[in-house]
Every structure is written in structure tokens, then in C-alpha cells.
Unconditional design. Structure first.
Length: 99
């Protein structure tokens, strides 16, 4: 029985070290978006997040993300930050860019 406990402890330590060795900058991922039509006909969606790992995108500051909804391109774009996170760029009335 003691052997099983030691083995479980060793597995736990190995998994912990593997997780600790992961670099968040190399991870990619996103979350799903839920969109609902409100009674007034407008659409509202849940927050979402997109991140591209540095291994998949070189010079991320120069990249623009084109978006599709249900496989159809839409006139909506995002840019990538230094760490691969995608964000919307909105122009103001003064032609200034806000982040």
C-alpha cells in the first residue's frame, strides 16, 4: 500500500513540474461566444477571448485578425498585441485609435 502512495506522489510531482514549465506566451486558445437575440431585435453576446501563441505567429504586432461568423467573412477586425492576445481597435470621431 505504501508503494501506491509513493507512486501517486511521484506522479503528482511530475505533473506539477510539467505544468510549471509551460510558458503562457506559447499557448493558443479561445473561448466560445454565445449570441442571443433580444426582444427588441438587437443581438447581445457573451465576452470572448482569443490568444495566439508566439510559436504560431511571428511579429505579432504587425498582424490583423480577420473574423468570420458561421463561416462567412464579416467587416470586423482585431489586432494582435505583443503576447499574441487579440483585441479590437476602435476609431474615435477625432480619428484617434483607442485600445
Amino acid at each position: 500500500m505504501n508503494y501506491v502512495g509513493q507512486l501517486a506522489g511521484q506522479v503528482f510531482v511530475q505533473v506539477k513540474e510539467l505544468y510549471r514549465g509551460l510558458n503562457p506566451a506559447t499557448l493558443s486558445g479561445c473561448i466560445d461566444v454565445i449570441v442571443v437575440r433580444r426582444p427588441d431585435g438587437s443581438l447581445q453576446c457573451s465576452p470572448f477571448h482569443v490568444r495566439f501563441g508566439k510559436m504560431g505567429v511571428l511579429r505579432s504586432r504587425e498582424k490583423v485578425v480577420d473574423m468570420e461568423i458561421n463561416g462567412e467573412p464579416v467587416d470586423l477586425h482585431m489586432k494582435l498585441g505583443d503576447n499574441g492576445e487579440a483585441f479590437f481597435v476602435q476609431e474615435t470621431e477625432n480619428d484617434q485609435v483607442t485600445f
